[in-house]
Design a protein. Structure first.
Length: 139
């Protein structure tokens, strides 16, 4: 009877441990780290907001520092971006005006600082892979 109790408690322990490890204490999609820089004419852009919009799900966002460097965050406690293809928007010089970007991606407003529109759509999708991703934007 003693050995049966050990097997039951051992199985319960394995189940509990596998649930904790499998969930990782966090729910949601699989994320990968994303960082890089934003420059214009080779000079770093400080204070730009970089948004990665996946084909499905919520976007990830980062803000450039004084060196033009950004790191994406999915939520306040989860860094990175979901895996797959993303459209990228870089906002610079304040909040974008409603309708600043047309449905075709044409920029309608040139109200940003340093000759950069307030909202700039990167022309090509960016693919985030299951690894550390480094994505630079030269405007």
């Amino acid at each position: 009877m003693h050995s049966i109790r050990l097997k039951i408690s051992g199985a319960a322990g394995v189940l509990t441990l596998s649930l904790l490890l499998g969930c990782g204490g966090k729910s949601g999609p699989i994320l990968a780290p994303v960082e890089g820089s934003v420059t214009k004419d080779g000079q770093p852009i400080s204070g730009a907001q970089v948004m990665f919009y996946p084909d499905a799900g919520r976007p990830s966002v980062g803000q450039t520092d004084g060196d033009g460097h950004y790191s994406l965050r999915f939520t306040a406690d989860r860094p990175g971006a979901v895996l797959g293809s993303h459209q990228v928007t870089i906002t610079y010089g304040g909040r974008p005006e409603p309708g600043a970007i047309s449905e075709t991606g044409e920029k309608r407003s040139a109200g940003g600082r340093g000759g950069i529109p307030k909202e700039f759509n990167w022309p090509e999708p960016v693919v985030i892979e299951d690894r550390a991703n480094h994505v630079d934007f030269a405007l």
